[in-house]
Write a protein that binds this ligand. Sequence first.
Ligand code: SF4
Ligand code: SF4
Length: 367
Amino acid sequence: MTARGLEPPLALLAELTHRCPLQCPYCSNPLALERPGRELDTAAWQRVLDEAAALGVLQVHFSGGEPTARRDLDVLIAHAAKRGLYSNLITSGVLIDRARAEAMAVACLDHVQISIQGYAPEAADRVAGYRGAQEKKRAAAAHVRAAGLPLTINAVMHRHNLGELEAVITLAVELGAGRLEVAHVQYYGWGLENRAALMPTRAQLERATEIVAGARERLKGVLTIDYVVPDYYARRPKACMGGWGRRFLNISPSGHVLPCHAAETIPDMHFESVADRPLAEIWRDSAAFQRFRGTEWMPEPCRSCDRREIDWGGCRCQALALAGDAAATDPACALSPHHAALAAAAERESAAPAPDFVYRRMTVPAV
Ligand code: SF4
Ligand code: SF4
């Protein structure tokens, strides 16, 4: 893709903070979490929103960590609205009471996504590493709906909670969600660290796929269900982020501009900061965004594959983590020489007793 043919990014994921009261063992944040003292301040985020809107971004997803841990969240939501950006809050919900939900609605938030860890409170709280989380999430969902905000529930599924999938779908309807994301764990960062503890069996995955198909039919017009399957049992990879540097950008709490939230796991890449350069220039010209943009960087078998502009060769971070080379074909692809080992690892780990969780904490675990 040439700079001339480059379209503006569709969406910006604004990781306002890595602080979070929960400790999910599949958290998509990097293992090396950013300290609160390094977070961009309110004025810097406002400038980022100005620059994003000028660049052509349409949506901003306020995320983290837990974005409601930021006291200035309402100010940032209002600023996004002023710039004409559609705003979505991605939250665990545990810090949202009635006043907070109402304040966010007044600030013109467009949509809320609350994550849940399962159905049964005790088991869900164990995954979250936070007692009482499930109860608080139920209350937050009620406050969000009472404030008139549309709600999506995001349920991350794995070997410990797939048996609850039917109940999770029913819960999403009870909570007043219009959409449910049934998302199998993606094995990057903390998820990769906990892969053996979380990997479902192929039978569990197949049963989940049947349940989702049945629920989609049964709940037409009531609940839309998105379904994200685990790469390890797939034959072809997902178009990670719609292709590197094509449709999305991610800004870390300290202001680094990334093509995806896990990109900083790739060594020897320099990700520029909004503190040093305008966002539009970083999007268009930075070496990190250029590196895997388009198809010219691709090795075989991607280079001559007719899916190269469909999945864009899959995920660079997964290629690095599993094949040792960020420029390799994603091992989730059955055409990758590393795919057989990946599939074998999934079968082996899912059949073995689950090890304890390594909870997401500010300190990096020993590996
Ligand atoms: S996945 Fe869990 S630990 Fe990570 S930010 Fe979300 S709620 Fe917090
Ligand atoms: S070979 Fe590359 S482009 Fe083709 S399906 Fe696999 S990952 Fe996608």
